[in-house]
Design a protein around this ligand. Structure first.
Ligand SMILES: Cc1cc2nc3c(=O)[nH]c(=O)nc-3n(C[C@H](O)[C@H](O)[C@H](O)COP(=O)(O)O)c2cc1C
Length: 203
């Protein structure tokens, strides 16, 4: 559950929901398999995200270390960038992709990446609710992913996602370990939230 994952709660300036405060991007995954039911709950959370015209442009390809799917998992691991090697230990990887056009009129959906991001954020919160750690990664070979995973034209690979139970941060190599143990930080809202007009601080 939540308390099994290292606590890196946000130092929030204003009160926020506990789950939002507690979620963070872990790198130290245990190799303990994740129950299928939990994976389905994560996908269910993504399912209820909002999207432009309710298009639901997100697609998720799931890879696990279960028997019979090891070869596919190896392929999924092979698209990760060097800096994301920590994610090779995760027992679940996903590739998130987005449909670039609206289904009802074939016109470009300029919100497709926004909406796959929203679905992924919902999934992220549910992962923490289920006691799982998760990490979203933009560092991967999108063209290789397209070929290996059979992603058709008209869909854009967005991210790779690592999911699993939390492991031991001491097992990470130096650089990811330092990131793992560092406090989380954010710009203050006054830098990016405006009131009435661009540049006019809300605070
Ligand atoms: C679209 C996207 C791409 C990201 N790409 C990577 C990545 O390639 N490698 C990585 O280690 N983290 C990646 N991250 C994680 C961010 O670095 C992380 O969310 C950010 O530092 C804030 O940390 P927190 O999620 O723990 O609050 C990515 C996050 C997002 C949303």
């Amino acid at each position: 559950m939540l308390q099994d994952i290292m606590d890196k709660s946000a130092k929030a300036d204003y009160p926020i929901n506990a789950l939002i405060a507690k979620r963070w991007s872990a790198r130290a995954f245990s190799d303990r398999p994740v129950e299928k039911q939990k994976i389905m709950s994560l996908l269910e959370a993504a399912r209820w995200a909002p999207s432009s015209s309710n298009e639901q442009p997100w697609r998720f390809i799931v890879f696990t270390i279960e028997n019979g799917s090891k070869e596919r998992m190896e392929e999924a691991r092979s698209v990760l960038s060097e800096g994301n090697s920590y994610a090779k230990r995760a027992p679940v990887l996903m590739c998130a992709a987005a449909k670039k056009t609206y289904t009802h009129n074939d016109k470009d959906n300029r919100h497709h990446m926004h909406d796959v991001g929203a679905a992924t954020a919902y999934m992220f919160l549910e992962a923490y609710n289920q006691g799982l750690a998760m990490h979203v990664m933009g560092g991967f070979d999108a063209e290789k992913a397209r070929q290996l995973f059979g992603i058709p034209d008209g869909f854009e690979p967005a991210t790779m996602i690592a999911i699993g139970y939390y492991g031991n941060p001491e097992t990470l190599p130096k650089k990811p370990r330092e990131k793992e143990l560092a406090p989380r930080s954010r710009k203050p809202a006054g830098e990016w939230a405006f009131f009435g007009q661009w540049g006019s601080s809300i605070i």
